[in-house]
Design a protein around this ligand. Structure first.
Ligand SMILES: Nc1ncnc2c1ncn2[C@@H]1O[C@H](COP(=O)(O)OP(=O)(O)OP(=O)(O)O)[C@@H](O)[C@H]1O
Length: 598
């Protein structure tokens, strides 16, 4: 998006009110992807569009959809009950809501006296059901629908909704939608739509969708790729910093409180790690009181839709320096112009996700910076790996001087509430599972992970028992009984701050102790019985030995008798002496044998 072209150069005649809209919205020129996509998609072509993050792909499909819908409204027969003209699918609720916002921004310029053009959002929320969506749809008669795959499919499956008039469909973040997880729903949606339709696939990383593209039922699609040699936008500066895992949080807090930025997004590996670090970071920032602390927000996929959308809107509109802690749920498509810093607490599991995360900044020709933390050791190879993939990355251009040691503060904070300890363990275990899913598996290896350093990063007081640790950490490196603090904590007395949770823990503890006592009693009884039976077996073996001895004695006596018969006149020997002699000779020969083998 380095150079913008005049809208006059567009090889398609836009409706006058759309020309007014683009200028009204401050889009003085068009971007390269808009210049190449709009004429194709407005003509009768199916399109597959790949262009770097923040290059204006949304407008590149919003204009053709509006053009077509208005054409249908003005020139076709009136839209029948339960019908709609177009559909946009995106992988997340946030992105769907954002896309609907772009439609509405354009449509606010449309002269409503002609005929109102409306859009409707279809995403799962606890506040509204599919039935509510259908009722709203029947009442408001929107021509344009935007939503996430699950809710769109449920909606289209209703008998009240008719898909026959849908003439244009867009899959935004198409590679994600065609990937496992969404692919089945998306395929079912496409099967419900008329075959004679226009289809557009859009993403910054569409090449990774591979053959899946051909399963979307497109007819001779035009591939539009707006790219330079690099996969990241020119205005986006990507750098890395190598740290010991246990120092990472100090570095993060230092960067967030010491460098210049307006809005920052920090990506964590899992929902649990977002919640966990959010609580501790909030604690650190509120007790820091240096006046440079940013406002902190958290967002992840396990939160209710309304709360997610609310957080995103507060983060976007806040006037203070703000930080959003999140997961990959907010990695694709989210467009918040003021975001000028992105931090990867850990690199994501795929290169595509790395590009999408970084691409939340440096959008639309604005300057942005993305920094990724790399754990000391093997992870440093990630730099070369990205360069091979045409992603330019340099060492972070400034020093971080961390003086404060957070470990004591973290330990005190964790010991205040057992729930924090539980969450820390959950976050740590979740991270290790996440780590095993890296596509660059020769770099991100479980075998070389610093399990103890990471446990310190997660504020753990004790290492959890998990196969990844026992298989990859040498026994002498595992601290006694897994304790990372000395003296060890009395876990029975480690309480939850929440009284209800503590009450049920106490009950469980009591029950556990009772079962333990019962078990002990049972095992003692078993021991008693088993020693009696052991005695019996001992008796048995004693008896057996006696019989064997008697047999042996009998054999010797017979032998003596035979020899006596043969050697008459020789002195009669006591059989006991003979036994002694034979035993002695056996031992002697044995010793001789042993020596000879030396
Ligand atoms: N012609 C234009 N001139 C200036 N800014 C534009 C233009 N078109 C779009 N923009 C702005 O560029 C920003 C990025 O646009 P958009 O969200 O569509 O990017 P994208 O290519 O879809 O990115 P991603 O791949 O991250 O989803 C938005 O803030 C949008 O308002």
């Amino acid at each position: 998006m380095s150079r913008s072209l005049s809208w006059d150069e567009l090889k398609y005649e836009l409706q006058p009110w759309i020309r007014n809209a683009v200028h009204g919205m401050g889009f003085e020129g068009m971007t390269a992807v808009q210049a190449s996509t709009i004429p194709m998609f407005c003509g009768n072509k199916d399109v597959v569009v790949e262009s770097v993050t923040g290059s204006g792909k949304t407008v590149a499909f919003v204009i053709p959809i509006i053009e077509k819908v208005i054409n249908d409204v003005l020139n076709g027969s009136p839209l029948k009950k339960g019908h709609f003209y177009s559909l946009v699918i995106s992988p997340t609720r946030e992105l769907s809501s954002q896309i609907q916002g772009v439609f509405d921004a354009f449509l606010s310029y449309f002269p409503s006296e002609v005929c109102p053009i409306k859009s409707q959002l279809l995403v799962g929320t606890s506040a509204s059901s599919v039935r509510d969506d259908i009722n709203f749809f029947m009442e408001n008669k929107p021509q344009i629908l935007v939503g996430t795959p699950g809710r769109v499919l449920d909606f289209l499956n209703s008998v009240a909704v008719k898909s026959a008039s849908c003439g244009i469909v867009v899959l935004d973040e198409a590679d994600k939608l065609l990937d496992v997880g969404f692919e089945k729903d998306v395929e079912s949606i496409l099967n419900l739509l008329p075959k004679q339709r226009r289809t557009g696939l859009f993403s910054a990383t569409i090449s990774s969708a591979g053959d899946q593209i051909f399963r979307t039922g497109m007819r001779n699609p035009v591939k539009i790729a707006v790219k330079s040699k690099l996969q990241n936008p020119d205005t986006l500066d990507i750098s890395y910093i190598v740290v010991k895992p246990q120092d990472k949080l100090q570095y993060l807090l230092h960067i967030l409180t010491h460098i210049q930025y307006k809005k920052c997004i920090v990506y964590f590996p899992t929902c649990t790690s977002v919640t966990y670090f959010y609580s501790f970071m909030k604690h650190c920032l509120t007790t820091g009181n240096t006046g440079t602390e940013p406002d902190l927000f958290s967002l992840h996929g396990k939160l209710q839709t309304n709360s997610r959308l609310g957080t995103l809107s507060k983060f976007s509109s806040g006037l203070n320096k703000s930080v959003l802690l999140t997961t990959d749920v907010a990695a694709r498509g989210i467009d918040i112009p003021e975001v000028d810093l992105v931090l990867h607490f850990d690199p994501p599991t795929s290169t595509e996700m790395f590009l999408h995360r970084c691409g939340r900044t440096g959008r639309a020709n604005r300057v942005g910076r993305a920094i990724t933390f790399l754990n000391e050791g093997r992870e440093e190879d990630y730099v070369d790996f990205l360069e091979v993939k045409n992603i330019e990355i340099d060492e972070m251009p400034f020093e971080v001087n961390v003086t404060e040691d957070l470990s004591k503060k973290f330990e005190t904070w964790v010991l205040e509430d057992r729930a924090r300890f539980d969450n820390g363990v959950r976050a740590y275990v979740g991270f290790i599972r996440y780590y095993s899913k890296h596509t660059a598996s020769s770099i991100f290896r479980l075998q070389t992970l610093d399990y103890i350093g990471l446990a310190k990063l997660y504020g753990l007081i004790r290492l959890p028992r998990m196969p990844e640790i026992t298989q990859n950490l040498k026994n002498d490196m595992i601290p006694a009984d897994g304790w990372l603090v000395q003296p060890p904590i009395d876990l029975d007395r480690f309480a939850y701050a929440n009284p209800q949770m503590e009450r049920s823990r106490q009950e469980e503890l009591k029950k556990g102790k009772e079962t333990e006592a019962k078990k002990k009693l049972k095992s003692e009884l078993k021991k008693k019985n088993s020693s009696w039976s052991n005695k019996t077996t001992a008796k048995d073996t004693k008896g057996e030995r006696k019989t064997k001895l008697a047999l042996k004695r009998k054999a010797i006596e017979e032998k003596i008798a035979q020899e006596d018969e043969q050697n008459e006149g020789e002195e009669e020997e006591d059989w006991k002496d003979m036994v002694r002699r034979s035993k002695k000779s056996k031992t002697a020969s044995q010793i001789q044998g042993d020596f000879s083998e030396l």
